[in-house]
Design a protein around this ligand. Structure first.
Ligand SMILES: Nc1ncnc2c1ncn2[C@@H]1O[C@H](COP(=O)(O)OP(=O)(O)O)[C@@H](O)[C@H]1O
Ligand SMILES: CC(=O)N[C@@H](CCC(=O)OP(=O)(O)O)C(=O)O
Length: 269
């Protein structure tokens, strides 16, 4: 279970954690960034980003093999070096630069800055340098949020022994949201939400998600997203959303996509 180094509560605004998928980052419009700035009027906003496609493309260019096991990239030392270059060096700094251009006080971090994210190995033998977040440095995040900074977090972490590890960005976002007791966790990706028979499922409960995984409706990159949702929904977070917006994250006053909530019932609503 994720623990936290400080339980200090941030000032009045609730927290929203927005995870930007590597599949969508290059397609986001100026209006999207503007909407993140608007979101800051009502929420303390934290961005956690991926960069899977950038990592895969660079590994391919360099002729380095890359495989996934249950949605997690098997990470050798060579793979880690590319993941770090892409996540921290390229994607994180581009996002921070883009947000700062719009007047957002974005600050780029990865899990080893000020011991932000501490992880344990998931299974070193089969996955290599891949971690699961165990602890989040809340003091740092609370301090940044209280100064109106917007933390932009790359999903890299260190183990207690000081080893650097690669972390699935969906699961990193969920761990940060859970530790901060965020009001909302939102995954921005390249599909409008969870699709079933080509149609958007606008609302699902935990039971329905499990049924969708078992029956193969949900597969591939959608699996870590819904697993991340499942890992937080029974705790303090009441709602997780998957949205596919490239423009404003809020459309007509709300987020459009799949809303995942606790609760029972086999039918998607
Ligand atoms: N039921 C589903 N509905 C929508 N997308 C799904 C579903 N099952 C699997 N997917 C896949 O999940 C992908 C999103 O995950 P991923 O590619 O990892 O995105 P990101 O980079 O945003 O994390 C979609 O593009 C789609 O191919
Ligand atoms: C361990 C693991 O799988 N790490 C991911 C980190 C990036 C990521 O999750 O990016 P997306 O959100 O774009 O998929 C990877 O190496 O691809």
């Amino acid at each position: 279970m994720t623990t936290s180094k400080s339980m200090q509560v941030t000032e009045h605004k609730p927290v929203i954690v927005v995870k930007l998928g590597g599949s969508i980052i290059s397609k986001l419009s100026p209006r999207f960034y503007k909407s993140i700035k608007d979101l800051q009027k009502h929420y303390h906003v934290i961005l956690v980003h991926g960069g899977g496609p950038e990592i895969t493309a660079t590994l391919k260019e360099r002729g380095i093999q890359s495989t996934f096991i249950n949605g997690q990239r098997k990470t050798t030392k060579d793979v880690f070096n590319i993941a770090e270059q892409m996540l921290k060096g390229k994607v994180n700094s581009a996002l921070v630069h883009r947000l700062n251009r719009d007047g957002v006080k974005a600050i780029g971090l990865c899990g080893y800055d000020a011991q932000l994210l501490e992880a344990s190995f998931i299974d070193e033998e089969s996955l290599g340098l891949v971690g699961k977040i165990e602890e989040v440095n809340l003091t740092l995040l609370h301090n940044l949020l209280s100064l109106n900074y917007l933390p932009v977090i790359a999903p890299l972490a260190t183990t207690v022994e000081g080893e650097r590890v690669n972390v699935n960005a969906d699961l990193a976002a969920a761990a940060v949201a859970q530790a901060l007791k965020a009001e909302k966790l939102v995954f921005v990706t390249d599909v409008p939400g969870i699709l079933k028979d080509g149609e958007l499922v606008s609302r699902v409960t935990i039971e329905v998600i499990q049924h969708y995984i078992e029956t193969g409706v949900i597969y591939g990159g959608m699996i870590p997203k819904v697993q991340a949702a499942l890992s937080v929904l029974n705790k303090d977070i009441k709602e997780v959303m998957i949205v596919g917006c490239r423009d404003s994250i809020i459309q007509d006053g709300e987020m459009i996509g799949t809303r995942m909530t606790e609760g029972k019932g086999v039918q998607a609503i």
